[in-house]
Design a protein around this ligand. Structure first.
Ligand SMILES: [Zn+2]
Length: 464
């Protein structure tokens, strides 16, 4: 017999301090999936998640191992006959902490300040785990859940969920479901519950430019000898036009134009440029980049974007008067419908290698290819989720896209026969996910937990 909604809500509220303590315990473990597998910290993190899952009453809890893969965790509760089965997804791995000197408190020592919980992983995505486990506990401690749940916690999301296909093949029999709920996305603003219905994909290519087989004295040899760092700058400079629009031939041809409905949906969302500038920390006088005929939301959600995420030649510290021999860079392109990830990577590589200055050697390598995902935010599951979020947040739900990527979504939904995937989360615009001083807004966390409690009831109702 499922617990009463009000009893579950009261329980979740009353046990919130314990939930936050459990979240802090997870956030103390540096589960950085950029480290090669196996990594003892990922293992320790997986075991901590499994212990929490067992504590809230989930069954068949197991750390799922695949060789050379950061561990996933699974647990289920399947005692609601006739009710839908929902996969609840989140991830326990985190981004590297970045520059230590920029953190106001150490990244793996979670600290509450001004209504926020600071620390790597506090919001992305250990909060996603906490939201669902708190809601599950509030029912299982009081009789049972109104739906069947299978909790799947990824251990390699921040590394591109590269082994997901193998994972799906190995554990497919444990993953039958009617619906996937992913708690890992952002809300449009603090206090505004948000459903995400599209994600950009990601293509990452590494490039190395070399000109000479060892560095040379720039005074003795400078002039006739090509400079690898300068050659790299020229190679990178041709990738976009003056506005920042991607200039790699063949890329723009693949981009699906926005439909009238999509334009209207974006237009309906509030946008405040001053707030946007402040949220991203834009310095005074610095302008916005990107094609001028698209709004910032359109640029982040419906247009491809190119970023250079690493650039190496020689560190300034200890630099001498040298002509550098080689330079390396990592280039990411966020992809949108209908771009093909493999084709995009190839187009980028071909263009990087084409006509190098002074015929320097240019070598490229594809590092990541992950597809975009887009659905139409309509139907019973979306309506149920919107109702749950509105009850939990006490505010109207909005629908947005996300410029980021969750490589898990598209293949997982496909493997289950195209079931709906619902993307919700607790990130607010200033949570600094992936950057220093990552934090969770605790007032939104409470609302997200309440929403999850409502969600299970809403999803158990037959579609009207
Ligand atoms: Zn995440």
């Amino acid at each position: 017999m499922a617990a009463d909604l009000d009893v579950a809500l009261a329980y979740a509220e009353q046990h919130l301090p314990d939930t936050i303590e459990s979240l802090k315990t997870l956030a103390r473990i540096p589960s950085v999936s950029a480290n090669p597998a196996p990594d003892p910290e990922l293992r320790r993190s997986a075991e901590a998640v499994a212990a929490w899952m067992t504590r809230v009453g989930l069954e068949h809890v197991a750390v799922l191992e695949l060789e050379g893969v950061h561990p996933y965790i699974y647990g289920d509760w399947l005692h609601a006959p006739g009710a839908p089965t929902v996969i609840l997804y989140a991830h326990h791995d985190v981004q590297p902490p970045g520059r230590p000197e920029f953190w106001k408190s150490p990244p793996f020592e979670p600290e509450e300040r001004d209504g926020r919980l600071y620390g790597r992983g506090t919001v992305d995505d250990k909060a996603g785990i906490a939201v669902q486990l708190a809601a599950i506990e509030s029912y299982l401690e009081n009789g049972g859940l109104p739906i069947n749940v299978r909790v799947v916690i990824d251990g390699e999301e921040e590394a591109g969920s590269e082994n997901l296909v193998t994972f799906l093949e190995t554990y497919r029999s444990q993953l039958d479901a009617d619906l996937i709920v992913i708690t890992d996305t952002a809300n449009l603003a603090a206090g505004v519950p948000t459903i995400t219905y599209a994600l950009r994909g990601l293509v990452v290519v590494d490039v190395e430019v070399s000109a000479i087989d060892h560095p040379l004295h720039s005074g003795m040899w400078g002039g006739p000898v090509p400079d690898a760092a300068l050659a790299m700058s020229k190679v990178l400079a041709k990738l976009t036009d003056a506005d920042g629009k991607i200039a790699v031939p063949g890329i723009q041809d693949q981009v699906r134009p926005l439909s009238e409905l999509e334009r209207q949906r974006v237009k309906a969302l509030p946008f405040d440029e001053a707030q946007f500038r402040s949220d991203v920390g834009l310095l005074d006088g610095v302008g916005l980049a990107g094609e001028s005929d698209f709004s910032p939301f359109e640029l982040m959600w419906y247009r491809p974007a190119l970023t250079i995420s690493a650039l190496e030649a020689a560190p300034l510290e200890g630099a001498s008067n040298q002509i550098l021999a080689s330079s390396r860079a990592r280039i990411g392109i966020r992809t949108v419908p209908d771009m093909d990830a493999e084709k995009t990577a190839q187009l980028l590589r071909d263009y990087l290698e084409q006509d190098p200055p002074w015929n320097v050697r240019v070598e490229t390598k594809t590092y990541v290819t992950a597809g975009w995902w887009m659905t139409s935010p309509e139907g019973a599951a979306f309506e149920a989720t919107a109702r749950a979020l509105e009850q939990g947040f006490g505010a109207t739900c909005v629908y947005i896209c996300c410029g980021g990527s969750i490589p898990f979504v598209e293949p997982f939904s496909e493997a289950l026969g195209g079931v709906p995937a619902l993307l919700i989360g607790v990130e607010d615009p200033i949570c600094n996910a992936h950057s220093e001083n990552e934090s969770l807004l605790l007032s939104d966390f409470v609302k997200a937990v309440k929403s999850a409690v409502h969600l299970y009831v809403e999803l158990s109702k037959p579609a009207s």
